[in-house]
Design a protein around this ligand. Structure first.
Ligand code: GDP
Length: 436
């Protein structure tokens, strides 16, 4: 899915525009721990085109004296993560030095930029857009976010930019692996290890307009894409220490990935930020592997792994399906397990169970543990079928939804996992009512 980022000075109307575009279709990374309340990311759709929208203004509270540095960070974030950038300016205020500064930054990238002039409520104000030609970003598009004027035309332009941008969102069938984790956990070190001598392309994939570093490498003759959320920032570390920026970049990387490597620092153990990043991968239905790095730094005895595992399983209880690896990216210890496990979980992520087999397991599960009843009605599960892969998604046809408790779905999930594994992949359920 393409990513669209909205950047601009405070009070130009970024959040208003974000809310208007996301509208009722908004589905913020819902149950991701911690990210929920920040309306930064939304899944949107226009004329059948799906995209993710980022409001960079939602990331940091603005304080007057550091506006420019914050704008630079937000612009850099947009450059790093977005496929299309919307620069929002205020038609009432007119062009400001800060607008010019940001334009200069984003004009240098290959990412398509749309210049959007907000607060143009009436025809008589339309002449106010012309001075913005000075920003050198092409034709300004006049809108009023508050009154929802001009938004359809704007979204048409956004969709056109996807087509213009050379990124092929659908057709790249190489497996994409995102390397995720908080700063200094060892992402770059691991990426360099994985690329090793085999790397065929070190910088960008030809044809991408994105500045993020995607590397293609070969493993047993197959090509894979590594999505590195650290690499580029080594040269240009302007926001790495601000957690929300890492989170937004993690979301953008996860969006494009099939398999997520969630790096944990063995020295510090699992932190809240690790849990947030893991939550993003889980909620987006991606295959996941928990990779405990810097294992060389730990004094070990025969209980060390057990106690690490216990801690991980309790703090990341929503991803009990993810395998755990203990590695040292620095000295290479067990790094060879990483790709092996990536291929395993990728297979599981794409596994399909026949309806016959699936229903055998469900019937057995029902016999073992009766479905719940409520006010004299008992839940009936008529049958189940697997609708999709990546992630495996099952439709359960039932008599009535409201007595199907979460815990019973959990139970069915466990029974399915006992029979079919699905190691490293979340499983989703869709519940459909159906009369007898
Ligand atoms: P990033 O910010 O996640 O990309 O982290 P880096 O790859 O830049 O690593 C941060 C620091 O941790 C560097 O000094 C690395 O040398 C060090 N480091 C990375 N992996 C390991 C490891 O497995 N063991 C040890 N001891 N240090 C590591």
């Amino acid at each position: 899915k393409p990513v669209v980022a909205v950047v601009g000075r405070p009070n130009v109307g970024k959040s208003t525009l974000f809310n208007k575009i996301a509208g009722s279709r908004i589905s913020i990374v819902e149950d991701t721990p911690g990210v929920t309340r920040d309306r930064i990311f939304a899944d949107c759709e226009w004329l059948g085109h799906k995209f993710s929208l980022i409001d960079t203004g939602g990331i940091e509270p603005f304080s007057k004296d550091i506006i420019l540095s914050q704008m630079r960070r937000q612009a850099q974030l947009a450059i790093d993560t977005a496929d299309v950038i919307l620069l929002l300016v205020d038609g009432r205020v007119g062009m400001t030095p800060a607008d010019l500064e940001v334009s200069n930054m984003i004009r240098k990238t290959k990412t398509p930029v749309l210049l959007v002039v907000n607060k143009i409520e009436t025809k008589s104000l339309e002449k106010d857009i012309f001075e913005f030609y000075n920003l050198g970003l092409g034709d300004p598009i006049a809108i009023s976010a508050e009154q929802a004027l001009g938004l359809g035309d704007l979204l048409d332009e956004v969709i056109k930019s996807f087509e213009k941008s050379e990124i092929d969102f659908e057709e790249d069938d190489r497996l994409k692996i995102a390397v995720l984790g908080k700063p200094n956990v060892g992402k770059s070190t691991l990426v360099n290890r994985l690329l090793g001598e085999e790397r065929v392309i070190v910088s960008n994939i030809p044809g991408t307009t994105r500045d993020a570093i995607d590397s293609v490498f070969k493993y047993y003759g197959e090509e894979y894409v590594l999505i590195d959320t650290a690499g580029l920032r080594k040269k240009n570390k302007i926001y790495d220490d601000i957690e929300k920026y890492s989170i937004v970049r993690a979301v953008a990387a996860v969006e494009r990935a099939d398999v997520c490597l969630l790096l944990i620092d063995a020295e510090t153990g699992i932190t809240e930020q690790d849990a947030k990043i893991a939550g993003i991968a889980h909620n987006r239905g991606k295959a996941a592997i928990i990779v405990v790095n810097k294992w060389d730094t730990i004094d070990k005895d025969n209980t060390t792994i057990k106690s690490f595992e216990k801690d991980i399983r309790s703090k990341l209880s929503f991803m009990s399906y993810a395998p755990i690896l203990y590695i040292s990216a620095l000295d290479g210890q067990r790094v060879n397990k990483v790709m092996e496990t990536v291929l395993q979980v990728s297979n599981e992520h794409a596994k399909r169970i026949t309806t016959g087999l699936l229903n055998d397991i469900i019937s057995e599960a029902i016999l073992l543990n009766q479905p719940p009843s409520d006010k004299g009605r008992r839940l009936k599960i008529y049958y189940a079928t697997q609708a999709t892969i990546r992630p495996p998604t099952f439709i359960l046809f039932v008599n009535t939804k409201d007595i199907l408790h979460f815990s019973y779905v959990r139970y069915l999930e466990n029974q399915i996992r006992n029979s079919f594994g699905f190691v490293g992949t979340p499983i989703k359920f869709l519940i459909r009512e159906k009369s007898d």
